[in-house]
Design a protein around this ligand. Structure first.
Ligand code: ADP
Length: 290
């Protein structure tokens, strides 16, 4: 199966005429609270992809936001390992303007409390998937622990930041968008040259509406995007990562896994919302057959 170790956030979203300027108070629309966070989104995507049992290690507070996230994750069939924290459950405060601009403040809260000793036994786990919304020291310990136990590691290096060599050496599949790739290896050179500079055996770059490319031991693989009319690209990258790791854990070849990941990610952009809009395996198969 798959273990996702990562973040969960409640997304507090309000629409307004524009994003507030410093010092400004705005009256906006009604508040919506959605389950989100890169880790939780990826766990839901992996579980809905079928193929592999999905578990998640997550740090949560003792509040209504935790209940919302547990309901969403369990509803998708994710088995939970919860580290309880005295801090608030992670939250993202999001203002979306009528022009589609947004301003987001993230309060990591409990996510910052995920500790090296929280990793559950990896007996039934084939792949560990992580992101960078939990402490880097913890991510590094988990990656190394997986590596020595023969568990493969997929790292989605998001949000963008530079990473220590020691972490990249413990990763089997690295997934980045263009901004994250630049943060890792700079902006000099072609995409292929930059993918090679990460030093990870398989590096995948997601390129939005241009699809994705992968460098696999020197071979370049191109996955075109599925053509859709996006309404909300939230969780496209997370859906891509979750489906990719689930398919790899189910024993699919990389090219087939990339194709299904791109299809699921394209489909999620045609729906509003994050976790709730992540498609099931049946929906993705129907979409690919269109
Ligand atoms: P992120 O949201 O993390 O920045 P991307 O924008 O690269 O990631 O999107 C991740 C994947 O989602 C892409 O590789 C692509 O397969 C799919 N995707 C994103 N935007 C579109 C789009 N407009 N049309 C079709 N597929 C898309």
């Amino acid at each position: 199966g798959v273990l996702v170790a990562g973040s969960a956030n409640a997304d507090f979203v309000v629409r307004a005429r524009h994003v507030p300027a410093p010092g400004e108070t705005l009256l906006g629309g009604d508040l919506s609270v959605f389950p989100g966070g890169k880790g939780a989104n990826q766990a839901v995507a992996a579980a809905r992809a079928g193929g592999a049992q999905t578990a998640m290690l997550v740090a949560l507070g003792d509040d209504d936001q935790a209940k919302l996230l547990i309901r969403s994750l369990e509803g998708a069939g994710v088995e939970l390992h919860i580290r309880r924290s005295a801090r608030s459950t992670g939250a993202a405060l999001i203002t979306v303007s009528d022009e589609g601009e947004n301003a987001i403040t993230v309060a990591p809260g409990a996510n910052a409390d995920l500790r090296p000793e929280d990793l559950p036994p990896l007996d039934d786990i084939a792949w560990l998937a992580m992101q960078l919304e939990t402490p880097l020291a913890t991510v590094l310990v988990y990656a190394r622990s997986a590596q020595v136990q023969g568990v493969r590691v997929l790292l989605n290096a998001a949000p963008a930041r530079a990473l220590p060599e020691a972490l990249l050496r413990a990763v089997d599949v690295l997934v980045v968008n263009e901004e994250e790739l630049t943060a890792l290896v700079g902006e000099h050179g072609s995409i292929a040259e930059r993918l090679a500079r990460t030093g990870v055996a398989i590096t995948v770059a997601t390129l939005g509406s241009r699809g994705a490319v992968a460098l696999v031991d020197g071979d370049y693989l191109v996955q075109p995007a599925f053509v859709v009319t996006p309404v909300d690209t939230t969780a496209a990258g997370d859906t891509f990562c979750g489906v990719l790791v689930a398919d790899l854990a189910a024993g699919e070849a990389l090219a087939a896994a990339l194709r299904r990941a791109a299809a699921a990610a394209a489909l999620v952009t045609t729906r509003a919302g994050a976790q709730s809009s992540i498609p099931t395996r049946a929906e993705v198969e129907a979409f690919m057959a269109e």
